[in-house]
Design a protein around this ligand. Structure first.
Ligand code: TYD
Ligand code: MG
Length: 452
């Protein structure tokens, strides 16, 4: 029996249980239930005394929306839907060390240089550390107000007293509110702090950006428990060993979510990559067997990336499947279709698939490019150097049409590609176009090097 007021909150999904168990019944994660004291026992909500009526309004709105704050970091603005909306709360999630503090310092500094009143409140680093990094990045002249604070009450009081346009809180997991007994970083604290800051943002018209560390071990509450409370959720991603960082919109009440921003981490912080289409392309040397160039779309922009596959005899009983930058379930599906519909066998072979440059591809249109790389490696026959590939593959082995073929082909032509392998009935324009209705046909062409 739980003590009075004690509940057990899953630090991964935020579900609250009245008794402890080793596995969260809601999300299935292990060892994530942690006892948290409720400030008020459930069911003891006092009835509201205020007899304010419910005020309805029409759909038509005549009050103009306040202008968005342009931060001057274009890639960031675009992912936000064209600048930051005043009075909104944005959550920026990402692995520790990926560059969240660096990005937001640059955002705050650039916005401040353009006249926005900006504050950067760090609960993780001392002011000297934050300032030192900003100076190294050449941002010392920007009029950003710095503070190191973890007490929610002091932060909220401070922000009520002094008006700001943009406030960065780094990170939400370090804040604590004295109204709750649970420790900093617990679901209760993280939720309480977020709730209070979101209310403050709406009331004061200040845009608040919260940093949330993504945690895998559940020692502190992950950003998922507050995703529903904020207006936008952005994810900052990067593969270890690559300088590229991708900013992705996961939720946005004020814009599209398929937009990405591309940055490169260097000695002077992050620099924007305004034209990423050729960034993930391996341009050095001949294209070997096992490589294919995917003409993809990331958000509103076409991006060309290279898929690299290696199919090799397996030395062990269980063949290995390893994939970087693509979904492993999707790889299993494409391998199964290649086996069942195209006569290629992978049962006794190791399969490795890699997306060059550290990008993560989620578009179904990449199926054919992945399949082409796999078939090319399995058959040891290289694709033409000047060929791009796109198309979705169905379980029956059909190659399905994809969206925005025109932009894909145009970008490929711009970068010097002269040929495209894609779904049947496509029109390559000035490019040589090889349309295939079925995956087997693409595999046959790769095996016979039949391209003309
Ligand atoms: P940081 O922004 O502190 O990450 P987060 O806030 O997401 O935990 O970035 C940390 C990494 O970025 C660190 O490994 C060093 C690297 N970095 C650079 O390479 N160049 C720079 O100019 C800066 C400021 C950081
Ligand atoms: Mg940080």
């Amino acid at each position: 029996m739980a003590r009075d007021g004690a509940v057990y909150a899953c630090q991964s999904c935020g579900a609250v249980q009245t008794r402890w168990s080793g596995q969260c019944p809601a999300c299935g994660a292990w060892n994530t239930l942690v006892e948290e004291l409720q400030s008020r026992p459930p069911g003891a909500l006092k009835p509201s005394k205020a007899a304010r009526g419910l005020a309805f309004q029409g759909l038509e709105d005549t009050t103009p929306a306040p202008p968005r704050i342009s931060t001057g970091v274009e890639e960031f603005d675009r992912v936000c839907g064209g600048g930051v909306v005043p009075g909104s709360a944005i959550l920026l999630g990402g692995d520790p060390g990926v560059g969240k503090s660096t990005l937001l310092m640059q955002v705050a500094a650039n916005a401040a240089r353009r006249g926005a009143r900006c504050a950067y409140i760090s609960g993780e680093e001392a002011v000297e550390q934050v300032r030192g990094r900003a100076q190294r990045m050449g941002l010392a002249d920007a009029p950003v107000k710095l503070a190191a604070e973890t007490s929610l009450r002091i932060i909220v009081d401070g922000l009520k007293r002094e008006p700001f346009d943009l406030v960065v809180i780094d990170s939400i997991q370090t804040l604590w509110s004295d109204a709750h007994e649970a420790g900093p970083g617990s679901v209760t604290q993280v939720r309480a702090a977020t709730g209070e800051l979101v209310r403050l943002a709406k009331k004061q018209g200040v845009a608040i950006i919260l940093v949330g560390h993504v945690t895998k071990d559940g020692a502190i509450a992950g950003p998922r428990v507050i995703e529903h409370m904020v207006d936008a959720v952005l994810a900052f991603e990067g593969e270890r060993g690559y300088p590229f960082r991708i900013l992705r919109g996961a939720k946005n009440r004020f814009g599209a979510t398929d937009e990405i921003g591309v940055f490169e981490m260097g000695d002077l912080g992050l620099s924007e990559v305004k034209n990423p289409s050729a960034l993930f392309l391996n341009t050095a040397g001949e294209r070997a067997a096992g490589a294919s160039v995917f003409a993809g779309i990331e958000g509103s922009r076409p991006v060309l990336v290279e898929f690299q596959a290696l199919v090799a005899p397996s030395a062990y009983g269980t063949p290995r499947r390893a994939v970087v930058g693509w979904d492993s379930g999707r790889l299993a599906m494409v391998l199964a279709v290649l086996e069942a519909r195209c006569g290629l066998g992978f049962g006794d072979r190791d399969v490795y698939l890699n997306v060059a440059g550290g990008l993560r591809i989620t578009e179904p249109a990449a199926d054919l490019a992945a399949a082409a790389a796999l078939a090319s490696s399995a058959l040891d026959e290289a694709l033409p150097q000047d060929c791009v590939v796109f198309g979705e593959i169905s379980l029956s082995g059909e190659v399905r049409p994809v969206s925005r073929m025109d932009s894909r082909l145009k970008e490929a032509a711009k970068l010097g590609f002269r040929r495209a392998l894609g779904p049947a009935d496509g029109d390559g324009g000035s490019m040589g176009y090889v349309g295939v209705g079925r995956l087997a046909e693409a595999v046959r062409r790769i095996g016979e090097a039949a391209w003309d």
